[in-house]
Design a protein around this ligand. Structure first.
Ligand code: SF4
Length: 170
């Protein structure tokens, strides 16, 4: 209820943008669903853009039109949410999706991304994800990939241009 009141207070000034940082943390799934409905209703009624910062991919799938995936403090892939969910083009996005439970898929086990995130003070040289990436090659160790358009609808920061076949690297 306190979180709802906070959101109501934030919307009283009719802001153009509402930034919600982990707004569903520590809520049970029922209250979480109510919160997400509230977000949708309020943003539709007020015409407010919602910037949602979260680790919960289920929340992203339920609310966001567009999605930006961050790693090592930088955007590594962005585009329409359904495009990234169904056809990720960055190895980190792919790994995130495979390490998240999905009630629609029967899986013997989840596959976490191996290794640990880097310290922001000591990012690896080249691509920050390269110590954990199954698709890395020589260039990844030396040069940081810029965020570049891949298609009309998305951008990614990755040197790898081939197919991301998860089964081959899992
Ligand atoms: S640039 Fe290289 S190391 Fe980084 S995500 Fe792409 S393939 Fe992996």
């Amino acid at each position: 209820m306190r979180q709802r009141v906070m959101i109501a207070m934030a919307l009283l000034c009719r802001p153009k943008v509402l930034i919600a940082d982990e707004p569903t943390t520590a809520l049970d799934v029922t209250v979480q669903a109510q919160m997400l409905d509230l977000f949708k209703t309020l943003t539709n009624d007020f015409g407010t853009a919602l910037v949602l910062i979260t680790h919960d991919l289920g929340v992203v799938a339920g609310v966001a039109d567009r999605m930006m995936v961050m790693y090592g403090g930088r955007c590594i892939e962005k585009g329409p949410t359904d495009t990234l969910f169904y056809d990720p083009r960055h190895p980190y996005t792919l790994g995130l999706l495979h390490s998240t439970p999905n009630v629609d898929k029967r899986a013997a086990r989840l596959d976490p991304i191996q290794g640990l995130p880097p310290s922001l003070e000591h990012l690896p040289r080249g691509c920050a994800f390269h110590p954990r990436c199954a698709f890395r090659f020589d260039r990844c160790f030396e040069e940081r990939p810029p965020l570049l358009p891949v298609e009309d609808v998305r951008e990614k920061a990755c040197w790898y241009q081939g197919e991301l076949n998860y089964e081959e690297v899992a």
